[in-house]
Design a binder for this molecule. Structure first.
Ligand SMILES: Nc1ncnc2c1ncn2[C@@H]1O[C@H](COP(=O)(O)OP(=O)(O)OP(=O)(O)O)[C@@H](O)[C@H]1O
Ligand SMILES: [Mg+2]
Ligand SMILES: [Mg+2]
Length: 497
């Protein structure tokens, strides 16, 4: 692609979308059994060189690196929120500026790159996006490892590369990084000397890329531990724990396995669930390690958490996860869970929210989607049973809507959600959604199961189930972060970021 002449945020997103791997290529790779390997990191180092940096330059960012199957984003958000309280202190002590890199995005791509907790502006995003673009083109033929002459990194890798440029240019003094997929071969793993590494809860996801058992998956995630940097994890299933311990030994890393931090009793962690306390425990250890490095006068207190930590944990904002929005006739429960385990958590959380409601609720409605993963049909059992068993009336979801991830009924996708990685014919025909619907009818023959082509249509349909003057419908929107992001965009409009 030639250098785009216009250079707005929208132009940047269009250019970025052109770097998505097309569906046909993904399918061909899948069939040929091609998985990412060490070449992807050599490629990243090549691109890094073409934009003018060496891995050593990344040391200036004091990176906190987080991998895991679930809870990565939440853990990163907690660390960022804690560090923000220290940034806001008087006295000019570090950290002065905090970077946060997460994925995927909920509402807009620029959310993935934050400075001082705020997504970078559209102007800044466009500026740095095209600086990286121009440097890659200017040095297109500089021989650099596996980076093919004239090529550009694919979508997620481009954003990772760009984040380094943004944070280094903006003088960030500590940066929190969530891995994309896995760890060992993930683009973020060009980081050689992180301040600390954290591995959140491990489970099954991305089986094609990482393998189909938890020990294979653990092997990848363990790849972010680095000799010379402290590493932390939380309690794991035995097969995962074993692999982490073995790899820590090989790498000569002192891996600390953390029980839930007793000091957390002083903080109101939301939701009040064990999984979130594990995320918070990991975040506390990571933040303490980072602060110790940045500010030699900082000394953790083993007996109690400082006010800054409590505030950071209690006031964290991590949208689209266990979020409740009280609307006119509907209470929306929004959670981006998209694995078997995390959907069970989401279901338990939803049941708990409904049960805790004093006024008693109206009908329970599910809006669900997951695109492109055949195994997603197995997500439904746990969701159905957990809600049915947890519902005092025993009804569970009265209405179940399966929709696509197309945002609007008539206008199609928002630019930030364009996704070439799915088969358009499958979305058009609602192939996945039909499979979900059949499965749900078998799980719960009493439910009213519907197929709706867009998120907007699904939301309007859910609204129609609330009876006028009656109790509010209780809607759970889950299964995909794309769905959740689209839904929040529709419910809140431009303010949703
Ligand atoms: N430790 C955990 N164990 C199980 N489920 C979790 C855990 N932490 C969060 N979840 C669930 O997973 C959802 C996603 O959380 P989060 O964004 O922190 O994960 P993630 O690892 O960044 O996931 P991804 O990047 O794959 O979307 C949450 O809404 C919650 O339902
Ligand atoms: Mg994931
Ligand atoms: Mg995430």
């Amino acid at each position: 692609m030639a250098t785009p002449a216009a250079r707005s945020y929208n132009d940047a997103i269009d250019a970025l979308n052109s770097l998505q791997t097309p569906y046909a290529v993904i399918e061909a790779r899948r069939k040929a059994g091609i998985r990412p390997d060490a070449a992807s990191l050599r490629e990243m180092r090549g691109y890094l060189a073409r934009i003018g940096y060496s891995p050593r330059d990344l040391d200036r960012l004091n990176i906190v690196h987080v991998a895991g199957t679930k809870g990565k984003g939440s853990t990163c958000a907690f660390v960022d929120s804690i560090l923000a309280r220290y940034r806001a202190r008087d006295g000019g002590r570090p950290p002065r500026s905090v970077g946060l890199f997460t994925s995927p995005h909920l509402i807009a791509v620029r959310e993935r790159i934050r400075i001082n907790s705020a997504p970078i502006s559209e102007e800044l995003f466009a500026k740095y996006f095209f600086q990286v673009w121009d440097r890659l083109e200017a040095n297109a033929h500089v021989a650099a490892d596996e980076a093919a002459p004239g090529s550009k990194p694919i979508y997620a890798r481009y954003l990772t590369l760009m984040s380094f440029h943004v944070f280094l240019s903006e003088g960030v003094d500590v940066a929190v990084y969530e891995t994309g997929i896995g760890g060992e071969y993930d683009a973020t793993n060009v980081v050689e000397r992180p301040v600390a590494s954290g591995i959140s809860t491990l489970g099954i996801d991305h089986v094609f890329v990482l393998g189909d058992t938890v020990d294979k998956i653990a092997w990848h995630k363990a790849g972010i531990m680095k000799h010379g940097s402290p590493a932390f994890t939380v309690e794991q299933v035995p097969a995962a724990a074993e692999v982490l311990t073995r790899r820590a030994l090989e790498k000569q890393v002192d891996l600390k396995v953390l029980d839930i931090d007793p000091r957390l009793t002083a903080a109101k962690i939301r939701p009040d669930a064990k999984f979130q306390k594990k995320n918070a425990t990991l975040a506390v250890a990571l933040a303490e390690t980072a602060l110790r490095k940045l500010d030699p006068s900082f000394a953790p207190d083993p007996a109690r958490l400082p006010r800054e930590f409590i505030d950071g944990l209690e006031q964290v904002v991590w949208r689209g996860r266990c979020e409740v929005k009280d609307g006119d006739c509907v209470i929306w429960h929004v959670d981006g869970a998209h694995t078997v385990d995390s959907l069970k958590m989401a279901a338990r959380w939803f049941v708990g929210e409904c049960a805790g409601r004093a006024e008693g609720g109206g009908p329970k409605v599910l809006i669900f989607n997951q695109q492109g993963r055949a195994e997603a049909v197995d997500f439904l059992d746990g969701l159905c049973h957990t809600v049915k068993n947890g519902d005092p009336s025993g009804k569970g979801f009265e209405h179940v809507i399966f929709c696509t991830n197309v945002t609007y009924a008539t206008a199609g996708y928002k630019r930030d959600f364009v996704n070439h990685q799915h088969d358009p014919a499958e979305i058009e025909k609602m192939t996945m959604q039909r499979v979900f619907a059949d499965k749900w009818r078998a799980l719960d023959p009493s439910a009213n199961v519907m197929l709706i082509p867009s998120i907007e249509g699904a939301i309007n349909t859910a609204r129609s189930f609330a009876k006028e003057g009656g109790p509010k419908a209780q809607v759970l929107i889950t299964g995909s972060l794309h769905l959740v992001g689209g839904a929040l965009g529709i419910l809140e409009g431009a303010d949703a970021l």
